[in-house]
Ligand binder design. Structure first.
Ligand code: DLL
Length: 434
């Protein structure tokens, strides 16, 4: 069943009390469903000494055990499904690089929900039915392409299902079809802008107005670059395959955080050391519970993503809480000579500096007993190579004074680093090879 944007608006502006009431009823239901149908949850609830009947208020969620990526791996491939496999009409996997991927399934109702959540994100940014929507996210087991695709069709856009790569053709079709909206990883959209400039195609003065980015960390400086070089307003959109795919949360035109669709997802932020639930506004690890998903509802899934929640009303009228820009993942944290560093911190210091491009990589190596970090960054086109040495020294100094970590910085000529077609590989970890 599809629902009209009108209904979505009503749901998106529900009072916070009504929203919490709805979440409570849905949470009771999903806890019962997983307890009855998923052996993993029966065992983990029993081990924690809780049953669904122990949920007497929404806050009681904190007594239920977390679900981790490892639980999903142990249940590979279909062990966490809460419905018979024959009711699952689509499978996806996460983008992990090692070992068994994590598998998720969707029933027909789940796919409809996903499309509606994506359409909410688009509407919140002013996308309208009939607009041309060009998708550069990869199609296939990754949820980016198909997630964006069905959402845009649901809204009634004309979808260009381009997928990743083949940048020359992307540029041709963007220009000839006069796309209004483009979606892709921030690193790929920059790659596309660079290629268009190289070919003398001016995408800035074309039809494009809106870009949706996500699937990887991106700083404000990257956002500024995308906006200037493509002539768009760029919006942040968050999601992960384990929970649904893209569309868990998205920015509205205010761009003061991403509205998380709380009638379907229950969000908590925890301290990853103590596992305590943190109050709104405090930064920690995002934990999400599926309230309505049929095929594989996850309870208190530890996303590893670091962010903070804001529950204050938004100027757009939507009441659903906002998550702030994801600043990194727990498991991305590097420890360099005792200092905890996230790639996003380095990016924030580095980008937007005159003479440096947004193309960079962080190389981790072992030197004796210590970890050493080398920052490789390309200069912008036109910068004299004689300036590279000074630029490197200045950046090294800024990183030391702002983050407190000693790095080696190498400024490279334009085009020296690999370009991404999907999620960028920002960290090259050579320590395991030593
Ligand atoms: O990346 C889903 C997606 C596709 C989201 C397209 C947005 C756009 P996974 O491959 O499972 O799913 O990876 C999920 O990507 O846990 C975050 O670490 C990261 N991520 C997703 N969106 C954002 C974002 C998709 N807007 C993992 N900002 C998540 C920062 C993001 N990181």
């Amino acid at each position: 069943m599809t629902t009209t944007p009108m209904f979505e608006r009503e749901m998106e502006t529900l009072s916070r009390d009504a929203l919490r009431e709805l979440q409570f009823t849905r949470l009771q239901d999903v806890l019962r469903r997983v307890y009855e149908n998923v052996p993993h949850y029966r065992a983990s609830f029993d081990a924690a000494g809780v049953t669904p009947a122990d949920l007497r208020s929404l806050d009681d969620i904190s007594v239920f055990p977390f679900t981790t990526k490892n639980d999903m791996r142990l249940a590979y491939p279909f062990g966490l499904f809460a419905v018979p496999r024959s009711q699952v009409v689509r499978l996806h996997t996460s983008s992990g690089t090692t070992g068994h991927p994590t598998v998720v399934g969707h029933t027909k109702t789940d796919l409809d929900l996903w499309a509606r959540m994506m359409a909410r994100c688009y509407v919140a940014c002013g996308v309208e039915p009939g607009q041309i929507f060009h998708i550069t996210f990869g199609y296939g087991m990754f949820t980016g392409g198909l997630g964006y695709h069905y959402g845009a069709e649901h809204l009634g856009c004309t979808v260009v299902p381009m997928g990743g790569g083949n940048t020359e053709k992307q540029i041709l079709l963007l220009r000839d079809f006069e796309a209004d909206v483009i979606a892709g990883t921030p690193s790929y959209l920059l790659n596309l802008a660079e290629e268009a400039e190289r070919r003398g195609v001016d995408l800035r003065s074309g039809s494009l107005r809106t870009a949706f980015c996500g699937a990887e960390f991106w700083s404000q400086a990257i956002r500024d670059e995308i906006e200037t070089r493509l002539g768009v307003t760029a919006y942040d959109l968050y999601g992960l395959s384990e929970i649904i795919g893209p569309g868990v949360a998205g920015e509205c035109r205010e761009r003061t955080g991403m509205h998380a669709w709380e009638d379907h997802f229950l969000l908590e932020v925890i301290d990853p050391e103590t596992m305590e639930v943190l109050p709104p506004g405090e930064e920690g690890e995002l934990v999400i519970t599926n309230l309505t998903r049929e095929a594989i509802p996850l309870i208190r899934y530890r996303t590893r993503d670091i962010t903070r929640l804001e529950v204050e009303p938004c100027a757009c009228g939507r009441t659903h809480a906002r998550i702030h820009r994801v600043t990194g993942r727990n498991d991305d944290m590097m420890i360099i000579r005792g200092v905890n560093v996230f790639p996003s911190q380095i990016e924030t210091v580095m980008l937007g500096r005159p003479g440096l491009s947004p193309n960079y990589q962080l190389v981790l190596q072992r030197e004796g007993n210590l970890d050493a970090l080398t920052v490789e960054v390309e200069a912008s086109p036109g910068v004299e190579t004689t300036e590279y040495g000074d630029m490197a020294k200045q950046l090294q100094h800024s990183i030391k004074s702002m983050i407190g970590v000693t790095t080696r910085v190498v400024v490279l000529a334009p085009g020296q680093l690999p370009r991404s077609v999907g999620k960028a590989q920002r960290v090259r970890d050579l320590r395991r090879l030593d």
